[in-house]
Design a protein around this ligand. Structure first.
Ligand SMILES: [Zn+2]
Ligand SMILES: [Zn+2]
Length: 253
């Protein structure tokens, strides 16, 4: 499985990266399968540097904050009104209310909303699924809105994406023995942070250590903070291989 970081900026697009979006690719039955974890603001533009977005097989949303889902509005336009004809619907997994919230964001009636373009599926009904070679499970984590960590495997290889989450046992379990743990690090230890919202760099490191994750990649660091701070904090709590996400970075696992 190959991970390409499309967007890794936290909470809003930054000068060097769109908001949350990760491309996963794997070969299976004679072709390359492609799924997206999140499609946050700005990501659809950058995605086009790497692939034709019409070749995406499915989208998994971690939650419905705009920095994780808002470019589905642009993706809806691209798929629905393409001069070569409307593209067939693809599955979009998300929390309860995904179809309704995106319809509202675009100013569409609830029904049909975007249902002719996206085959919406809800984690509360389908917390696990299969897309070509990708198996996934979604685990609810702590955040002000329903939010999920996504654990994706191809064969023996496992990638876990925290989505947005405060520290919690569910996130540790989702990242258990992962080959790569893509963990948000939105907060800093020096600040008086609200509970159950985001991880600090240190908490990302502690979560990776508790989970036995084999490689930690820090992401979702807002442009108003220094990435060095998150990395220094995480290194103090995790002694395995550690990287910071940047737009365009590729990780093979
Ligand atoms: Zn976020
Ligand atoms: Zn969020």
């Amino acid at each position: 499985m190959r991970l390409t970081v499309i967007g890794c900026a936290g909470s809003f697009p930054g000068p060097d990266s769109p908001a949350s979006c990760y491309l996963l690719e794997a070969d299976h039955e004679g072709r390359t399968w492609r799924i997206l974890l999140d499609l946050g603001n700005g990501a659809l533009g950058t995605l086009q540097r790497f692939i034709d977005p019409l070749g995406v097989d499915a989208v998994l949303l971690s939650h419905l904050h705009p920095d994780h889902c808002m470019d589905l509005c642009g993706f809806y336009v691209m798929r629905s009104y393409h001069p070569n004809g409307a593209a067939p619907p693809i599955p979009v997994w998300g929390p309860a209310g995904t179809a309704e919230q995106l319809a509202a964001a675009y100013g569409l009636e609830d029904m049909p909303g975007m249902r002719a373009t996206f085959d919406f599926r809800r984690y509360p009904d389908a917390p696990a699924g299969q897309i070509g070679p990708f198996s996934f499970t979604a685990t609810e984590v702590v955040h002000p809105v329903p939010a999920y960590a996504l654990r994706v495997s191809v064969g023996e290889k496992v990638l876990t994406f925290s989505g947005d989450s405060g520290p919690c046992p569910a996130l540790v379990e989702a990242a258990r023995d992962a080959d790569l743990f893509l963990a948000e690090a939105s907060f800093r230890e020096v600040d008086d942070n609200p509970p159950d919202l985001h991880l600090t760099g240190r908490q990302a490191g502690e979560t990776a250590t508790a989970a036995g994750a084999r490689h930690l990649v820090l992401t979702h660091i807002p442009a108003w903070f220094d990435v060095d701070t998150a990395e220094d904090e995480a290194r103090a709590a995790y002694d395995g291989p550690l990287d910071r996400a940047r737009s365009g970075a590729v990780f093979d696992l």
